[in-house]
Write a protein that binds this ligand. Structure first.
Ligand code: FAD
Length: 469
């Protein structure tokens, strides 16, 4: 039984400060420990230029925490994908049915800084250079090492939440403490590298600003997302080894030649490509599924610490923020129940909260992990295929005719807050349906509406009212 215990959060990345803001608002004492130095004072290169696509689920969580207005200044809405053929020909595919359905480019570093500023402004203290090296559930202690001095300390804490990302120390503690801990960790044989397209001489973007640019090349791809300073943050995805891989690009000449052959129009905008390429490391991408996410009511893993996914649906951050939404809704409900229950004391049980949270979330985070893996093939390969483009048009036509019944998979995940597991299940049914309806037609005008009508009535129940941000 707890009466507003002091909470310890490990990891001040994206979910950590957001959760801290929400807990502080509810009167909890919150200590936040981060292993890196303070990025507002020290330049951290890796991960600095990465942009993330922020969408409905993430925006909803930011709005609920009262910090969305502070974030609006640092986002650029992207209306769709701009595909770049090798010839330089451009084609644009909108993400949604209209201008209200956009995803938002935001620099990871800027978002991290804005969240930490907002957390501190609301009274949260963040201690930097503090690496959690272990968590001991028996003694309910967090072990911390100061990365600057090497000093170690042990901190007692009734409740610890690990928001420490995909290499989580708190998840490792769950693994080593719990007798039947399930863990699956699946690395892609692809890596990624951050690159930059600088601003033009006028300080403006050198390509269409309100789009996510993609150079899909079958087995690999380059993407670029706009930054508010006129630059584009690019990510190159290649296999680690084999043909057209990072291993192959082992000299300046090979790097340049590869870009000349694969991405000639991007190369023209990247005068510093070779230096930029060599300065940045190759990152790995992993899907992590695990259970349980908590040790009794003492420690919980949340965000990437509990469920890291590959980045191809642009949902890792959004899912981590949705974790915060769900945990807080449950916390509020249980606080209310215990306040209004017999005795009137604030006596909800953290163990039950953590168990309910995991039960509600895991099925959904497993689903988005699978959707993200599937979307990799779509992004690097299918978006260049005319049959795929036709399917996208048919999807939009079906959505317009059957709103609330047929919602494209991308929209269910990105523009609504439907549980991810529902999006996955309905998406599979809709994929089959689209396969049937698009078979043998060349244009959306040739769609057999009678058949579509019958299929939709037979296979899809109404979705009811859809929630957005
Ligand atoms: C290339 C790439 C592109 C992506 N694009 C998108 C996108 O477009 N949209 C999207 O929604 N998501 C995207 N993601 C995923 C997104 O970045 C993550 O899902 C999100 O950052 C998870 O937030 P988090 O707070 O759980 O973890 P993190 O943001 O990783 O934060 C973890 C924090 O914990 C700290 N930490 C780690 N270990 C310790 C320790 N032992 N002690 C103390 N502190 C520790 C870390 O330094 C870090 O600050 C992308 C990821 C990658 C790699």
């Amino acid at each position: 039984m707890n009466d507003k215990p002091q909470l310890t959060l490990v990891g001040s990345g994206l979910a950590g400060p957001l959760l801290a803001i929400e807990l502080k608002k509810r009167g909890y004492g919150v200590r936040l420990f981060e292993r890196r130095p303070d990025m507002r004072k020290v330049k951290i290169s890796a991960g600095r230029s990465i942009n993330l696509a922020l969408s409905t689920r993430g925006i909803h969580a930011l709005r609920a925490a009262g910090v969305w207005d502070e974030m609006r200044r640092i986002i650029i809405p992207m209306r769709g994908r701009m595909m770049h053929a090798v010839s330089g020909e451009l084609s644009f595919m909108p993400y949604g049915k209209d201008e209200s359905e956009v995803i938002n480019s935001i620099s990871r570093a800027e978002l991290n800084i804005a969240l930490m500023n907002a957390a501190e402004a609301r009274g949260v203290t963040i201690e930097f250079d503090q690496r959690c090296t272990a968590y001991d559930a028996r003694t309910a202690t967090v072990h911390l090492r100061d990365e600057e001095t090497g000093n170690e300390r042990v901190l007692e804490s009734e409740v610890v939440i690990g928001t420490d990302g995909s290499a989580s120390a708190i998840r490792l503690a769950l693994q080593t403490t719990l007798p039947r801990f399930n863990l699956s960790q699946q690395y892609l044989n692809y890596g990624y590298k951050e690159l930059t397209i600088p601003a033009g001489p006028d300080g403006k973007h050198q390509m269409e600003t309100r789009a996510l640019h993609i150079w899909p090349r079958g087995s690999y791809m380059l993407i670029a997302l706009p930054n508010i300073d006129g630059t584009f943050g690019c990510i190159l995805f290649l296999p680690f080894e084999g043909k057209d891989s990072f291993a192959e690009l082992d000299s300046d000449v090979k790097i340049r030649r590869f870009f000349e052959e694969s991405f000639p129009d991007a190369l023209r905008l990247m005068p510093g490509l070779v230096e930029n390429y060599k300065a940045n490391p190759v990152g790995a991408m992993v899907t992590i599924k695990c259970a349980p996410w908590h040790i009794e009511g003492k420690a919980l893993a949340l965000g990437d610490a509990a469920h890291a996914i590959v980045p191809f649906f642009g949902q890792g951050l959004n899912a981590a923020f949705e974790d915060v939404t769900v945990l807080l809704e449950m916390l509020d409900r249980s606080s209310h129940a215990s306040k209004t229950g017999s005795g009137g004391a604030l006596t909800f049980r953290w163990e039950r909260l953590f168990a309910e949270f995991e039960a509600a979330r895991k099925v959904n985070t497993d689903a988005i992990a699978d959707l993200a893996l599937e979307n990799f093939v779509e992004m690097r390969d299918k978006v260049a295929d005319p049959r795929f483009l036709l399917r996208k048009k048919v999807e939009l036509a079906l959505e317009a005719k059957y709103p609330g019944h047929f919602v494209p998979k991308y929209a269910m995940v990105t523009f609504h807050r439907l549980p991810y597991a529902v999006a996955l299940a309905r998406g599979r049914v809709q994929d089959r349906m689209l396969g049937e309806l698009c078979d043998g037609i060349e244009r959306v005008e040739d769609l057999d509406w009678k058949r579509a009508d019958a299929l939709i009535r037979r296979e899809l129940t109404p979705l009811g009212e859809l929630q957005s941000a």
